[in-house]
Design a protein. Structure first.
Length: 243
């Protein structure tokens, strides 16, 4: 990609798993990347790269989002895309979730999306050349699995899918595209210590996804100029029905 046309991506939740894979993929493709997580500078995830900036902080806080967006503009001169990967999940029976649980889930999964996406869209509108915003949701927001209790976290993931569709329509004429990737279970550190056999049973294909499967979907949606409002399922078919 010629230097004058180098695009800048923001990736949240980038210290490991899907976020780290996405950030590395964009660097390989010639993008500049601003990677964020609570302690991304301490993670040793990335080698030094002049086209990479690391910003620590909780993206659920408006001040962190401001630092991330400001870094993208000051260091690379633009914001062309955002991958809202930062998210948390924990499983409980519905009656056991607390108000603090809901607030924690909402802060990271919803407020985090709103803070950085608002700043990115304002910059994209000023730049006048469109852009891409992607959310990472979850297949179980649409197709719950018996025994995998996650009702309250799925309120937030379902909300991300709803805002994706609404913003896709709101900003279609501005060329700013909003899409989401909806994974099933992915082989990330979130599942360290869990039985691979049991995890594989929750996939119609009999195996859980790799990080690269999700990365490919994110890259596609970022570069697919006429795709907007799409919820792209990368879940081995789990959203289709019972297996």
């Amino acid at each position: 990609m010629p230097e004058a046309r180098r695009k800048t991506m923001i990736v949240t939740g980038a210290s490991q798993g899907i976020g780290a894979g996405v950030a590395r993929a964009f660097l390989r493709l010639g993008y500049a990347v601003v990677a964020n997580s609570r302690k991304v500078t301490e993670s040793a995830t990335f080698a030094s790269d002049p086209q990479l900036a690391l910003v620590d902080g909780n993206i659920g806080e408006a001040a962190t989002a401001a630092r991330v967006a400001g870094t993208a503009i000051e260091k690379f001169g633009a914001i062309d895309g955002v991958v809202n990967n930062a998210g948390i999940f924990f499983s409980k029976r519905f009656i056991d979730y607390t108000a603090d649980d809901f607030n924690l889930l909402s802060e990271t999964n919803l407020a985090g999306y709103i803070h950085i996406t608002q700043l990115a869209v304002k910059r994209m509108l000023a730049q006048g050349r469109g852009g891409s915003v992607i959310a990472i949701t979850a297949s179980t927001a649409e197709h719950p699995i018996a025994g995998s209790n996650g009702s309250v976290p799925m309120i937030t993931k379902g909300g991300l899918e709803a805002v994706t569709r609404n913003l896709a329509m709101e900003y279609a004429r501005d060329g700013i595209r909003f899409n989401a990737v909806s994974p099933g279970i992915v082989d990330t550190p979130m599942h360290n210590g869990e039985s691979r056999e049991l995890l594989n049973q929750q996939s119609p294909m009999g195996e859980i996804s790799e990080v690269e499967d999700i990365v490919q979907a994110v890259v596609y949606l970022t570069e697919a100029r006429h795709v907007t409002g799409e919820i792209l399922h990368v879940d081995a078919g789990a959203h289709i029905g019972k297996w």
